[in-house]
Design a protein around this ligand. Structure first.
Ligand SMILES: Nc1ncnc2c1ncn2[C@@H]1O[C@H](COP(=O)(O)OP(=O)(O)OP(=O)(O)O)[C@@H](O)[C@H]1O
Ligand SMILES: [Mg+2]
Length: 342
């Protein structure tokens, strides 16, 4: 069961568990921009900005990355400081509950260093307001005391670059969003790019993968590098324990079938969603909350992690009255569509 949680990214039960799937492939994370696969246009624009900032001896403008989980936001936030030859402080929006939580990060930053705030949409308004002056003027105003005895201390910060990452760009307030000079949306990876990531990482992991096996993994990784890495890590374990270290397309397919990942890359949770929508709600329309309650998972998880891929694969559609399963979904799940109401 613990293994399933790692490889399949099922609904995390706690903060620590939530970190597990992400840290698992830490050793596979590219260290430099040149090691990254895909996102060519993003990389090209960033390289221009980095060159220009370095030429001027100034910090890079603040950067906001948005996009679905596992596409490289944190990776960019770690390779950019490496390219700049500077250091990075890592914070998480969920941990910055009050302005005082932000202070140690801001005051620790060395000149032109990077502050990375992951899940930046989760910072509360009071913290956000501190960030405004920090981002614009490299200054923070700390209010000490209360009422009539309150006084403001102005604190000069060393120039720095804020890199924010979010899976929910729409939840960011306009004033915060507008303070980022560079905004990049990370999109899905194509089949060729995923094959390349699998191939490169198989070398790092010393898994002797052939091209057909890499294709099987790529096809079942939902256009997401993190999932490709997780599938590859599982394949390594599986082949060591079941196939004396040998890997071919048949072994790869058996390994992925065993953890419930089908030929479209859907996992148990995705199929659970389709099953709920098709069986319990007779194909829909059904509201997100109702589906989430029936499945006993949070609606955020469904909206962020399950639905984007099902929508993109045209297995479900979102209508004004709720979610509906498509004919393609019935075909994929090998279920008979409901009789049309007469
Ligand atoms: N362009 C890339 N080239 C090669 N590997 C990549 C690339 N982007 C991501 N990866 C791999 O995918 C893994 C997940 O990426 P990353 O942690 O950067 O995603 P993320 O966008 O920050 O996701 P989350 O929203 O869940 O935090 C990385 O550890 C890395 O190994
Ligand atoms: Mg991340």
């Amino acid at each position: 069961m613990a293994r399933e949680a790692v490889y399949q990214q099922t609904e995390p039960e706690s903060e620590t568990e939530a970190k597990l799937p992400k840290e698992q492939d830490g050793s596979l994370r590219p260290r430099r921009m040149a090691e990254m696969v895909g996102q060519r246009d993003v990389i090209e624009r960033l390289q221009i900005a980095i060159d220009a900032a370095q030429g001027r001896g100034e910090p890079l403008g603040h950067i906001l990355f948005d996009g679905p989980p596992g596409l490289g936001k944190t990776t960019f936030a770690t390779v950019i400081p490496a390219e700049m030859g500077t250091t990075v402080e890592m914070a998480n929006g969920a941990g910055l509950k009050a302005p005082k939580d932000l202070l140690p990060y801001l005051t620790n930053l060395s000149e032109n260093a990077v502050l990375f705030i992951d899940e930046i949409h989760r910072i509360p308004k009071a913290v956000e307001e501190y960030l405004y002056t920090a981002m614009e003027d490299f200054r923070i105003d700390i209010i000490l005391g209360e009422g009539v005895s309150a006084r403001t201390l102005n604190y000069e910060l060393r120039p720095f670059t804020l890199i924010g990452a979010t899976t929910r760009a729409g939840m960011l307030s306009a004033p915060l969003r507008d303070r980022f000079q560079i905004r990049e949306h990370l999109g899905w990876y194509d089949h060729v790019e995923l094959c390349e990531i699998v191939r490169r990482n198989s070398v790092k992991l010393k898994v002797p993968i052939d091209d057909p096996s890499a294709q099987v993994i790529a096809a079942r990784s939902r256009s997401t590098p993190r999932l490709a890495n997780n599938r590859l890590l599982w394949l390594r374990d599986y082949s060591q324990s079941k196939a004396s270290g040998k890997v071919n397309a048949k072994i790869t397919t058996a390994a992925l079938n065993m953890i419930g990942i089908d030929e479209r890359g859907l996992d148990k949770q995705d199929r659970g969603y389709l099953d709920t929508l098709m069986r319990v709600f007779v194909g829909g329309p059904a509201g997100l909350e109702a589906i989430a309650h029936t499945m006993n998972v949070s609606s955020d998880t469904l909206e962020d992690e399950v639905e984007p891929f099902l929508l993109r694969s045209e297995l479900i559609v979102r209508t004004r009255r709720g979610r509906m399963a498509t004919a393609k979904a019935y075909e994929h799940m090998k279920m008979a569509p409901p009789e049309p109401a007469s």
